[in-house]
Design a protein around this ligand. Structure first.
Ligand code: AHR
Length: 535
């Protein structure tokens, strides 16, 4: 016995000396209570930059497979990762969008200025029918955001009638004249977007009153009961949630909310790059403060600070959940994270209001860590949307004319689709630290689930770019005999996919896991995302 503990101590010392950490992890299948809604894996597409126009919806002359003007190569790529829902038309755009401008013969549709995103002319060629055709092609559920900021109660109410009513009515007739007999039966319905900011600069108290009025006329038509989603807070603004819950949680009937739409973006730090000196006194005027927010060129210090900002979302979700639980202890109201992702500087040479950014292994690590957070909080977080699918912010797909590439973030969603609608399995462990100077972050984050066939999936993210994590796991109440896996990693955290090298960062086979008696052992390499399938 003494010899064994001596050997273990020597092993631990050797691992420490080599920078490797040993983690013991327990997956408790017996304690599984909550389902991971596939809607956590949703996406967002706004009329912004090249997401809709020159993204999904292209020039008729472009030489790519298309249905109408919708790019089918993009549709195929997104179908592969089974996107469960798509949020549209914004974003800030939603609160200046008037849906009637986007129906009927395209050549007769009025134009408008997209004031939030570069003052470009919106020709309304992509409207309600086009969006819902896109959703049908993607086999995904629409999540439409109505205009509260600059619209009217009547306008929103008529849109819902146009979309969802099957009887005889002016809106049904109009829909039929425009070529669609059957209602679409859209159920996910957002009552405004960021109404504390671009959606009307409202106080929470004023928004609550607006919500009550708008939602009273947002009707449930047969076969289309609405799941109304209220505008939620920005980041850690718990006061917004408090006022919303106080005013609406007990609403029932007309004032009922299905969910609250929280937004949180990960921003890299700005300002002086650590390690670079401050300009001497007297020479500071006119000196450009270098940005650390490049999507492709950043130091490990910036990486660390950015990851810290990303991981903060867990504390923010817990903060909002605690407020919501005061009014809704049964967790009937969902926390929807309707916009999330990393927001870097735009790519040099592009229109800064188009928010076109590259996407690196770092961003994939942020995506994997965020999805693990959502999975582990699936009792409250039942829907989320990454911003945004194509060519905007943390995109899944980038395009250049007819060329298209899949980003590292796309591959994360491909791996994590194993969790869709599976039962979450609680995982207990103490993470080793990822240390820079005197600062530390948990190096490892994990989530696990069991699907309807009894297969257990674990997703493990090692954010430490320098050290692997060795783990041994006990799977309580799971019968299993084999483990296989996939991995996403690359040589550098700044690695990206480009139009010349589209598969630089890609999923590969993983053989770092095994079975030793009842223990599952695995080595999670530095800066990697690993999916294990255990059965
Ligand atoms: O996703 C870009 C913008 O970020 C959205 O339009 C807005 O809702 C948020 O501030």
């Amino acid at each position: 016995m003494k010899k064994i503990s001596l050997l273990l101590s020597i092993l631990a010392l050797t691992l420490c000396a080599s920078g490797q950490s040993q983690v013991t992890l327990v997956v408790d299948a017996g304690a599984s209570k909550h389902q991971i809604s596939r809607h956590i894996y949703g996406h967002f597409s706004e009329h912004l930059g090249r997401c809709i126009y020159d993204g999904y919806w292209v020039d008729p002359a472009m030489q790519v497979p298309k249905q109408d003007r919708i790019r089918l190569d993009i549709v195929d790529a997104l179908k592969k990762i089974k996107i469960p829902n798509l949020r549209w038309p914004g974003g800030c755009f939603a609160d200046e969008y008037h849906w009637r401008d986007g129906i009927g013969p395209r050549e007769q549709r009025p134009t408008m200025i997209n004031t939030n995103w570069g003052n470009v002319t919106e020709d309304n060629s992509f409207g309600t029918h086009e969006f819902l055709l896109l959703c049908e092609l993607l086999d995904t559920e629409p999540f439409i955001i109505g205009n509260v900021g600059s619209g009217t109660v009547e306008e929103m109410s008529r849109w819902i009638e146009y979309l969802n009513f099957d009887g005889v009515s002016p809106m049904t007739n109009l829909r039929k004249e425009n070529g669609r007999d059957e209602p679409w039966r859209v159920t996910y319905w957002g009552v405004g977007n960021e109404n504390w900011g671009c959606g009307g600069n409202m106080t929470p108290e004023y928004y609550v009153t607006q919500y009550r009025q708008y939602s009273s006329f947002a009707k449930n038509y047969p076969g289309a009961p609405l799941r109304k989603i209220a505008c939620g807070a920005s980041g850690a603004n718990y006061q917004w949630t408090e006022v919303l819950m106080q005013g609406l949680a007990a609403g029932g009937g007309r004032g009922a909310m299905w969910g609250i739409d929280l937004h949180y973006y990960t921003r890299p730090p700005r300002g002086r790059i650590p390690g670079q000196g401050v300009p001497p006194q007297g020479q500071q005027q006119g000196v450009q403060i270098p940005s650390q927010a490049s999507a492709t060129s950043f130091t490990e210090e910036t990486y660390f600070a950015t990851l810290r900002n990303a991981l903060r979302l867990e504390e923010i979700i817990e903060g909002h959940d605690a407020v919501m639980t005061k009014y809704d202890s049964l967790k009937r109201i969902a926390l929807v994270v309707g916009e999330w992702g990393i927001w870097t500087d735009p790519e040099p040479g592009t229109n800064p209001r188009f928010l076109y950014q590259q996407n690196s292994l770092r961003d994939a690590i942020i995506a994997g860590s965020t999805l693990n957070i959502f999975n582990n909080h699936c009792d409250r977080v039942r829907m989320a949307q990454l911003a945004q699918t194509i060519n905007v912010l943390q995109a899944l797909v980038l395009t250049e004319g007819p060329k298209m590439i899949l980003t590292p973030t796309y591959h994360v969603f491909d791996m994590f689709k194993a969790h869709h609608d599976a039962m979450m399995l609680p995982v207990k462990f103490t993470s080793p630290d990822y240390v820079i100077g005197d600062q530390r972050l948990p190096a490892l984050n994990v989530s696990a689930s069991k699907d309807s066939l009894g297969v257990v999936h674990m997703t493990l993210v090692n954010i430490d770019p320098n050290n692997p994590v060795n783990l041994s796991a006990t799977l309580d109440q799971v019968k299993w005999s084999s483990v296989k896996g996939q991995i996403l990693t690359s040589a550098r955290i700044t690695d990206i996919n480009t139009f010349d090298n589209p598969s630089n960062v890609r999923i590969t086979g993983y053989d770092g896991a095994g079975k030793k008696g009842n223990l599952l052992t695995a080595v999670i390499p530095a800066k990697s995302i690993v999916l294990l399938e255990i059965k």
